[in-house]
Design a protein around this ligand. Structure first.
Ligand code: PLP
Length: 285
């Protein structure tokens, strides 16, 4: 496997950053994960838009032009013969003697890119659905920025694993679900309405989330962006999670409550199918 580190392509096992990289010391950096399916990048431009936005919000310089970013992305896919998997890109505020304020202007940001090969789950697995647990949302007020500061997410995901669950839904002070630790949260109400939380600073506006909303609209599925409570989720007809690497993954259990009939819901599966169709129709770019 080959990784990209600050202008060089190196063996993954030898890839390293400086000990005074601000990403290492302060989690002072941002990232993106872009899925590759059959050699095609899924929603590359929206992911780069979000990366640029994350950098802007934190006033980290862009590491290179968008065109160069795309060139490096293609090169790392080629060098790793990546057909299906993901590209991980991370940009930090660079290397400087440890001190909280930003380093002096002109300090170059540091950038790494890696890939991961992935196998997509089969139909049976998807129809089985996954379990989620609920946890308190203990994150900060800028969850809209995709930063590498992920401790609450990591602790939550580990708690899910230890409970035999796939994901943990974070619940705010008002009892409303914000999102998963690495996915957006969705329900389909008893009335058949598709619901997901609006993209405010409380959640990461998932690129998959945005795509699903477009797909829902194109297929005439009624949806509303509004907060929903954990209680409402427990009584929902269907539920699912979304992310670049989990696409649409049906949820069949929340804590001890079985959702629907304990199998993936029909609208969730349709959205999954439509998302798969969208990916199958992607052109090389
Ligand atoms: N919410 C959080 C906290 C995430 O970390 C992620 C992705 O990693 C998502 C939502 C889903 O975003 P996307 O669909 O862009 O992968």
């Amino acid at each position: 496997r080959i990784a990209y580190v600050n202008g060089r392509y190196v063996q993954h096992g030898d890839a390293a950053v400086h000990i005074e990289d601000r990403g290492y010391q302060f989690a002072d950096g941002v990232y993106e994960v872009v899925t590759v399916v059959n050699g095609r990048l899924v929603d590359e431009d929206p992911h780069l838009d979000r990366l640029w936005r994350s950098l802007g919000e934190l006033r980290i310089d862009v590491p290179m032009s968008r065109a160069s970013m795309k060139a490096v992305t293609r090169e790392i896919i080629r060098r790793n013969r990546l057909k299906t998997g993901l590209v991980y890109m991370q940009v930090t505020r660079g290397v400087a003697r440890r001190d909280h304020p930003f380093p002096k202007p002109g300090t170059p940001p540091a950038m790494v890119m890696t890939v991961k090969h992935m196998r997509l789950p089969g139909r049976a697995k998807i129809e089985e659905g996954v379990k989620v647990i609920s946890i308190k949302d203990i994150r900060w007020e800028r969850c809209d920025i995709k930063t590498v500061g992920l401790l609450p997410n990591i602790l939550g995901k580990q708690q899910a694993r230890e409970a035999g669950a796939t994901e943990a839904w974070q619940v705010d002070e008002d009892g409303m679900v914000t999102e998963g630790t690495s996915t957006n949260a969705w329900i389909i109400t008893k009335e058949g309405e598709l619901v997901t939380r609006p993209a405010t600073n409380d959640i990461l506006n998932g690129i998959t989330r945005l795509r699903i909303l477009k797909i829902a609209e194109a297929h005439g599925v009624k949806f509303v962006e509004r907060p929903f409570s954990l209680d409402e989720a427990l009584q929902a007809r269907e539920a699912f999670i979304s992310s670049a690497t989990s696409f649409v993954t049906p949820v069949t259990q929340i804590n001890d409550t079985v959702i629907g009939n304990g199998r993936a819901g029909t609208l969730s599966l349709s959205l999954r199918d439509w998302y798969d169709e969208f990916m199958a129709g992607l052109k090389e770019s």
